[in-house]
Write a new protein. Structure first.
Length: 132
């Protein structure tokens, strides 16, 4: 029988090791147009964030950020960061599948609604039931 091997992640036909060698502007050429435009406009901001995050990780500190518009690049893969969602910091570990997406996509600003039974007076039928 064939051996079951885990499929190696690739982005545009390149492995993570090959992508980590690339600079932000070179990696941007592999992304879709919207993400490419954002990465090319903010490449300095992305590079500054990565260098500051690496220094904090080396010191053993947590990396917290309010940047929700930064594009995930290969040099961030493996980092554990906390992204602010307007209320609290959401812890996230960056993996290969996140490449090309923004930080904000992984820290939702709105909680999921959990509906329950309607209370007394919420519907016309429930008022008549409460009077009896």
């Amino acid at each position: 029988m064939e051996e079951l091997t885990k499929k190696q992640f690739k982005f545009q036909g390149k492995t993570i090791e090959e992508l980590k060698i690339l600079e932000v502007r070179e990696f941007a050429k592999l992304m879709r147009s919207r993400q490419r435009r954002s990465a090319l406009r903010n490449f300095q901001k992305i590079e500054d964030f990565v260098s500051r995050a690496r220094k904090k990780i080396e010191k053993g500190k947590q990396v917290k950020t309010h940047y929700r518009d930064l594009i995930v690049v290969p040099s961030m893969v493996g980092m554990r960061i906390q992204i602010y969602n307007g209320n609290k910091f959401v812890p996230i570990e960056i993996i290969g599948e996140m490449l090309g997406h923004t930080f904000g996509e992984f820290a939702p600003t709105r909680a999921r609604i959990q509906h329950s039974k309607s209370g007394v007076g919420a519907t016309k039928g429930s008022k008549s039931k409460a009077k009896k």
